[in-house]
Design a protein. Sequence first.
Length: 418
Amino acid sequence: MSYHKIIHDPVHGSIKLDKLAVELLSTPKMQRLNHIKQLGLAHLVFPGANHTRLEHSLGVHYLARRAAHELGLDKDEANVLSSAALLHDVGHGPFSHSLEPWLVKHIGKDHEDIGSELITKGESIPSILESHGVDPQQVAALMSCKERKPTLYDFPQLEFKQEDSKPYLSSLIHGAMDLDQMDYLLRDSHYTGVAHGAIDVERLLLTLEIDDGQLCTHRKGLAAVEGALVARSLMYSAVYFHKTCRIAQIMLARAVENLDSPDHHKVQRYTDCELMEVLKKDEGSRDLADALLNRRLYKSTYHLDWNMLTKEKGERLKSLIPVDERRKWEKGACDAIGVKQGCLFMDIPLPELLLSEPRMSMTFPTIKTEKGKVYMSELSPLASALQKRHVPSYAVMVACPEEFREKAAQRMEGLLFN
């Protein structure tokens, strides 16, 4: 492959970029990702987590080129795959997944839907792809993972939108253990300093195979896949759904909700800094924005672990999953405790987990053995155990300013479940 630039990446080393990649990276929509943190507000807990969506996109592009080489894909397939890898996050809003539920509610689209539109209907990206003989529709088709049906007790079964003739390409972007996950586990582990994300990427790439049009892993790579699935589960518990990270995200989302007559589409197009500037100037949002900027975070006053969740309590939490129901409960709880409105936030994280990372439900990659292809669960008890492991560890959490924490804690159980 001829290349035009070399970028030095702290995770993968030297990354070679061809002319197509360079032109795509030069577009304003891609450069915008340089101003969106990969982990939203996680730097408030892990100070090193200041890496961006653009860095991650470059990493996935590198892994896509590696996978294309190892799998022997032809030039056209490799270009479609690597373009989808580079562009897969182009539709993200500010602070990455932090505002995804808010955006879906008000715009009716998630970052994948928006990214697909930018790839097929945007100002510059479609023409760049077409000038290099790459069909924007094929690139966009690799990026979407549908449908998401969150439930409280069980992970949903997902249906993936794939090219019918070449489902292995979609699986490399959206699969049980795909290139996107390989990069973010390594990258987020590197920048947060949390060692759980260390995975054997080389072994994962070298043991990928295509069998009857389906992507699978050779039996020799089973241990590497097991390690990656464990890493994913632990990183979600330790980093992505760390309680303090979640509280910061909820504070940000609430600050955006409090904006006076926001233009939802405009908010989606902001960078992190642009959004914070807007929040700082808005009367309804500035207090929360100031608290985030100065790390005066709310504290958990109540949480219920999954192992303490009875069927009755689960049914109660199901009724509170709709945002309007949660807001109604929060208002009533503030009145009951005698604190001002907005001082209590409820977090029921599972629906948002499935929105931001639906692949968490997919614990069974296909393994190729001497006797044919089998689901990983048939070879690995660890895979089955991971599917039963709850991520995050709590079913519900309530947070409030520290000065009200003790007062609120005394009433939470009764207010929630009586």
